[in-house]
Every structure is written in structure tokens, then in C-alpha cells.
Design a protein. Sequence first.
Length: 352
Amino acid sequence: MTIKYLDSKRISGITADRTGTPEVPAVSGGWKEVGRTTLGSSADTISVASLPDKKYYMILGHIKNTGGNTVSHVRVNSSTADYSHRRSVNNATDATGTSDNRMFSTHSSKSIDSRFIQGYLANKSDIEKLGLFNVVENPSTGASGQSAKIEGVGKHAQTSSALNEINLYNDEAGSFDTGGELVVLGWDDTDTHSTNFWEELASVELSSSNTTIDTGTITAKKYLMYQIFAKKSTSGDVRFRFNSDSGSNYAQRNGIDGTDYSYGSLDKMNICGDPAQTTDNFFGTGFIINNSSDEKLLTGYGLWRNTAGAGNVPKRAELANKWANTSSQITSIQAINTTFDTGSILKVWGSD
């Protein structure tokens, strides 16, 4: 082996000079799919069982009605007792339930076209199991019909074992239609897999100011997740278009600091909610169900810095939006503002 001494008396060599065990590639642990159930026929329950013991779970659920009204309650381990929950529908006053038979109710109306459910559960065997849920509900098709927003928390007062099953169940006359799905992702700080559920599809950072951040063409995926950081110094809110569609095909419901605003038949959807906060830096994140033949539903959050300094409270937005397209999947996203400053970023991940 030839040894070279550099100016700083460091020793260098080449790969061919190495002996012994080769370098081991680094491994990563992220959100991994740990279970999925897709209905092959109509049913009143969608269950994902035999879950591995993970510290945290993320759930993604998409259902449509058939044969009449449905609701979609969350249960764990098929248990019918020892739950409590708190939830708000369309930013109304919280409703609560104690000593109940479900962790959370993900519905506003019982007669719907579709419903998209996203949530997280904390899972430690000797601690009560906690859940955080956000739902966008599509009462009827078409851009004139605004979505409903259901948000809240729940717990299962069980401290003897870890979760091994998550259920969505219906106790109304209708059923969940064929194709209804529940996906469960798991994460644990000891995980070292490299099979992450979320694949990065786009990452765009502006090198100069612009009115649009465009992902360009992205791979069509059933589930999408986005994050956006908008640096703004001029007037204008932050809105999304999909596939550059500028027709009146969008509807939105935004909760701004707890106040509800809803609009239909728009040419783009608002993801920051409040034009009055136009010059504040904005951060937003959310999830989209992206089936070709279904209207695309988005649930998400956002916040504005508000005026700089700890004496000024930030502002928040909660989203339940839709794109009333039933002929194609989202294959590009355009974020639109009067001006995005240099350094504004839009990132998109996806998975089937």
C-alpha cells in the first residue's frame, strides 16, 4: 500500500488500498408501512391487525359510502370500552365524550361522497394510548360544495399492553364501499430500515423572487404529503393549484385562529387562510388523497410568524380543501402568491 503524507501530515490512500471489512452503507429509519387493509367488497369495518410494536403510528384512511349513511369511528385492539375524546366540527365549540366505546368519530355528516382521515397515535405499553386526528369530509361532489373539517384528540385508557390493531367501524345502515382503505405506518427510534413509505417527489427552492413555486411534473402517487415555507414581503396569500388547472374547480374550508371560513367554485385553494397576514413568513404542511376517479381531498395546517418578537403571538390555519377533479391524478403542484421571496421552498412526498 502506498502512503501519501499531505501538508497537514494527514495520511491518504485510495479505495483499492483498503483491507479488511468494507464500509457499511448508512441506514435510516423513517415512517414505514406496517399494515394495510383495502376492502374487496363493502363492509362495516376496516381493520389492520397484527401490528408490530412501534412507538408511534400514522394512519391514512379513505372511505366512500354505499347503501346509505355511514360513520367512521376509530377503535384500537378491537376494544369497545375505556375511551374518551374531544373534537370540533367546522371550528365549532368542542364536543367531548367520556367512558365511551370509541377513541374518535371522524364524521360530520352521515351522508357523504367520501372522507379522508389522517392521524397519529402514541403507543407505549404502560401509558394510556393517545391519538390526534384530522379529517376532511366531502359531503357531495362538485366544487360548489365545501368540505367539512373534523379535528380532535382521543385516548384509550389501557396501560397493560401495546397496540396491535387499529379499526375504523360503521354502525349506520350503509357500508364502507369497495376500495375503502386504512394504511398504518410505524416509527420507532430503534428502527434502521431503509424502506421509507414517503418518497421525495419534488423539492423546489426559489433562487429569485417569483409569483409561483412549481414542482414540475411529479410521479402520480395515491397519497401525497407537502411542506411549504413561504418568505413574503409583499401583499398576497398562499394558494395551490394542481396540474395548472385554473378553472373554478376548487373548494376550501379554513379555520383561522378558530374562526371558520368556507368557499366554493374557486380557481385555486387557499392553504394559508388569511390574506390580512400577507407579509408574514408562512409554514404549512398537509396530506392529500390522490385517487384518479375521486375528488382530491386535502387536510393540513399552517402558521404565520406574525410580527417579529416574542411579544407577538403567531397565527394558525387548519385546512379541509378539495379539487373536484375525477379524471386524473395530481402530477404537479403550483403554489401561487403575489410574490414569493428568494429562499421560499415547496417539498412534496408521495406513496402508493
